[in-house]
Unconditional design. Structure first.
Length: 463
């Protein structure tokens, strides 16, 4: 899928309080934790003549000065300047001959703060494991009680030659039929499970085919725009407690409200319009937390853009998402993912090309639960983290959300040309959040216990 302007790396812009560490200090800090994420020391090697899938190998020439790069804003740097820098970094494809990640400490942010812009290829890490890695690279205490552990000495494994890669790929291909036979034998032992699996997979494809035409589904280029929106997690939980559903349902409802406001302001008719969002869900087992790799599946969520009432819109989305959770869509998407393990790379590549032609969905909305406690790097507190999610072909807008320490941070990614007014969509999103919060009555304050306090309260009420 990484072609024609679509980059398949995920990223984030993280804002920290306090003065920035030096480039050397930050690089050495990352080096002290790198043994906890061994995939960050590996690179891709491609099999000659395309006879097999790429494989991960240790990079014997790993150079942290390449992966940890320093940048500076003209002080005092504004958030807009930070977003422009992050968008420029996000628009560049990662070098596939090196480990697929970069970290950019950025100094000069207004308010005596600094930022870190990081990106990793989607093949390396998905959203949920990325949050786990963040908690590994950062500290949960401003000053850790225990001194840092000296990392073990790393000795990279010998890098295979092209001939070895080709030989391994051909041997794997020769043994694949036996693996397929085993799969068929297992299928014969459990026909009911197979039938359920095929049915679930068909629901994913069938649900996605209904995506309507929208101004967001146009050809994209390689360049991006970014916008950031903040919300209070406590307020969204209050909405959840009053109206039901989940925080994720509320997030989907406010994004839907913003989409409707944005389209109507530009003269688009939204009557009866129901957009489709691809909503990733984690299929990572509890024992796999912290393990790198892509362990996500997805459901196709209907977005009732036509509905202008925030409470009714939330009710509709809550009901729809409840139905999807029992429909097997996520299971079906996971089955479709596993099927590609048995497909030759050329066939899997051709299947990926169908995605933009079929218009399975209008946009991606991904909500990742982050740590609900402060994180620190070298004694500096993390203030906010804004996710940056890749755009697929003919997908000019993507909404990434992550919750952190009592707040919800929205990272909006738009194609540079197709979403020239991305800031306006950000304002619509802020308005949709305020709309649902204002439509939710606040709980009544508890009566004061002491008589003098009651008397003062009554006097104030009378006035």
């Amino acid at each position: 899928m990484e072609r024609a302007g679509a980059h398949m790396h995920v990223a984030s812009t993280i804002v920290f309080e306090g003065p920035p560490p030096s480039q050397e200090e930050f690089r050495d800090h990352i080096a002290s934790r790198l043994h906890l994420v061994p995939r960050f020391r590996q690179k891709l090697r491609f099999v000659p003549f395309g006879q097999g899938r790429p494989v991960w190998v240790d990079d014997p020439h790993l150079n942290l000065d390449y992966h940890v790069r320093q940048a500076a804003l003209p002080a005092p740097g504004s958030e807009e300047q930070l977003r422009n820098l992050a968008a420029r970094i996000f628009s560049q494809q990662l070098d596939r001959t090196k480990p697929l990640w970069e970290l950019w400490p950025v100094e000069g942010l207004e308010g005596g703060r600094f930022a870190v812009i990081g990106k990793s290829h989607h093949a390396l890490v998905d959203g949920v494991s990325g949050v786990d890695i963040t908690t590994v690279l950062f500290d949960i205490e401003k000053e850790p009680a225990e001194p840092p552990v000296r990392p073990p000495r790393w000795a990279p494994r010998p890098e295979p030659t092209d001939l070895e890669l080709l030989g391994n790929a051909l041997r794997e291909r020769a043994t694949s039929p036996r693996e397929i036979v085993r799969g068929f034998r297992a299928a014969l032992r459990g026909p009911r499970q197979v039938v359920r699996g095929i049915g679930a997979a068909s629901k994913v494809v069938g649900a996605g085919m209904a995506a309507p035409r929208t101004p967001f589904n146009v050809e994209i280029g390689p360049h991006r725009r970014l916008a950031f929106v903040r919300a209070d997690l406590g307020e969204l939980k209050r909405v959840k407690n009053e109206h039901g559903g989940t925080v994720n349902d509320i997030v989907l409802s406010v994004v839907t409200g913003a989409l409707g406001s944005y389209l109507r302001a530009r003269g688009h008719d939204t009557e009866g319009l129901e957009m489709r969002a691809l909503v990733p869900v984690s299929v990572r087992a509890e024992g796999e937390r912290g393990v790198l790799g892509n362990r996500i599946s997805a459901v196709m969520a209907p977005l009732p853009v036509w509905c202008e009432d925030p409470v009714e819109r939330l009710r509709l989305i809550t009901a729809a998402m409840g139905d999807l959770k029992g429909s097997g869509q996520a299971v079906g998407a996971e089955i479709l993912t596993k099927i590609t393990d048995f497909a030759p790379p050329t066939i899997a590549s051709q299947a990926a090309r169908l995605q933009p032609a079929q218009r399975f969905f209008n946009l991606v909305i991904t909500n990742v639960p982050g740590p609900q406690l402060p994180l620190y790097v070298l004694g500096r507190r993390m203030e906010a983290i804004f996710p940056m999610v890749p755009l697929a072909r003919r997908q000019a807008l993507c909404v990434g959300i992550i919750s952190y320490d009592g707040q919800v941070d929205f990272g909006l990614v738009g194609d540079y040309d197709a979403m020239a007014d991305l800031d306006s969509f950000a304002l619509d999103l802020e308005g949709a959040v305020k709309e649902i919060v204002d439509a939710t009555p606040k709980p009544a304050r508890k009566a004061q216990r002491t008589a003098p306090a009651r008397a003062r309260s009554g006097a104030a009420s009378g006035h």
